[in-house]
Design a protein around this ligand. Structure first.
Ligand code: IMP
Ligand code: MG
Length: 430
């Protein structure tokens, strides 16, 4: 329990690898018992896949909690909102029978991603010597403008003249920047911007103080879930810089990005996949050789939910998981996609990295050093049996339990949830 008068429980759910850990599924499971679900960073670069019955939903901006009737869903100030994409997502959910009206709030302080940010993101990638492999959603340029103090916020939308001036300057800057990079923005930029500003009117109608709403809910004894996007290794400060996203994906970001103080947070659940994946550029120490990589990609369906790009796959990396436990102050782990390992005769875990000079146990700050390490593996027997029907720990094969025990031991963090399939019911809660 947190201190003070709060009586509801505030839980952060975040990724501990390079994103795509299955946070959407875990949030969906936990959302049943909470009143408010809030996103705190990132934008339409995220892709949270949730299965409800026979239906599959891919959410990019609206929190996964929207799929449970009656939950209030917020986009915090740390999120960058793509007005056009947001509108499409909102309408798409309604069209599929999800009652969205009155349930979504966006922070007055959240910044907008405009078409010129998206175009600039693409021009930057096309002309960069060092390609990051971004999702091309304008995330980096939007956060650059935020940090540069020239961004357009939701609260500006209530003042059309102010918004128009900010947009005009934004277009100018983006055009100049694109030219410097050796490219140009599309001729249609004027029309695109106009459309985005129109779409922004809807955001204006949903504007709220997310921090206040969250604290009011907690004070009223209601539980709150803060939903992270991407993962710890993609955090702007703590990830594999520069191959990162432009926001703080880690637990501290949950406080700044939603508008509450860190002492209001009670629980931090780190989501880890039972193996590792990465999409976009940058090192992946435990990455497989091509043949195994292909095999895993098929087993786990490892293709990006936002871009469809194939993900690189590798063994579970304890060095990263322990680092994530530390920088996020994890109180527990949720292990996902355990069932993907069902057919393997042997499973490895990286317990340390070897460098030319020594063996390291801490995740290196220098991304180029990380690119040169050789993982030290411990190999465990596989279980070679299906786990998708398991609902308690004792339903799992011994070898699967040993694998989870080993993860718990090495990360020094209790495993509290295990996901064994895409459906809501395919979960073991400890
Ligand atoms: P950006 O966030 O689009 O700027 O992309 C920066 C890096 O983060 C790239 O490597 C992307 O592939 C990665 N990334 C961004 N969002 C996600 C996500 O939701 N899942 C996995 N990787 C992501
Ligand atoms: Mg994803």
């Amino acid at each position: 329990m947190s201190e003070g008068m709060n009586s509801g429980i505030c839980t952060v759910v975040l990724g501990c690898q390079w994103g795509d850990e299955g946070k959407g599924k875990i949030v969906d499971v936990l959302a049943e018992d909470v009143h408010v679900v809030a996103r705190y960073q990132g934008g339409a670069n995220a892709g949270h896949t949730v299965h409800v019955g026979e239906d599959e939903f891919i959410l990019h901006q609206i929190p996964s909690g929207i799929l449970y009737p009656g939950k209030r869903c917020l986009l915090g100030n740390g999120v960058v909102i793509d007005a056009l994409g947001f509108g499409e997502e909102y309408d798409g959910l309604e069209a599929r029978g999800i009652a969205v009206e009155g349930r979504v709030g966006v922070s007055q302080k959240a910044h907008l991603v405009m078409p010129y940010h998206r175009l600039l993101d693409q021009v930057s990638e096309d002309h960069a010597e060092q390609k990051i492999g971004t999702t091309g959603r304008g995330i980096g340029p939007a956060y650059e403008e935020k940090a540069g103090r020239s961004g357009l916020r939701v609260c500006d939308l209530a003042h059309p003249d102010r918004a128009a001036a900010l947009v005009e300057k934004g277009v100018e800057r983006a055009c100049r920047r694109a030219k410097l990079l050796g490219g140009e923005l599309s001729q249609d930029i004027g029309a695109m911007v106009e459309e985005a500003v129109l779409a922004g009117e809807r955001l204006n109608g949903l504007a709220t103080d997310t921090g206040l709403e969250i604290l009011d809910a907690l004070r009223g004894g209601k539980d709150v879930l803060l939903e992270g996007a991407q993962g710890t290794a993609l955090d702007l400060d703590h990830g594999t810089y520069p191959f990162v996203t432009s926001s703080n994906t880690t637990a501290g970001g949950a406080a700044t990005g939603s508008g509450i103080g860190p002492t209001a947070i009670d629980v931090v659940i780190g989501v880890v996949k039972a193996y590792t994946t990465r999409v976009g550029n940058g090192p992946l120490p435990t990455g497989f050789e091509p043949e195994m990589n292909e095999h895993f990609r098929e087993l786990g369906g490892e293709f990006g939910a936002t871009t469809g790009r194939p993900r690189r796959c590798g063994w579970f990396d304890v060095v990263l998981a322990r680092y994530s436990a530390r920088v996020n102050g994890l109180t527990g782990l949720a292990v996902t996609k355990l069932d993907v390992l069902d057919t393997l005769p042997e499973i490895s875990i990286a317990t340390a990295y070897r460098t030319p000079r020594s063996e390291v146990h801490e995740f290196p700050a220098d991304t180029w050093q990380l690119g040169e390490v050789e993982p030290v593996y411990e190999t465990l027997p596989g279980w070679e049996a299906p786990t998708q029907e398991a609902r308690t720990l004792s339903d799992l094969p011994d070898a699967a339990r040993r694998y989870l025990d080993r993860i718990e031991e090495l990360t020094e963090t209790p495993v509290q949830m295990v996901s064994v399939g895409t459906r809501r019911s395919q979960i073991i809660r400890l």
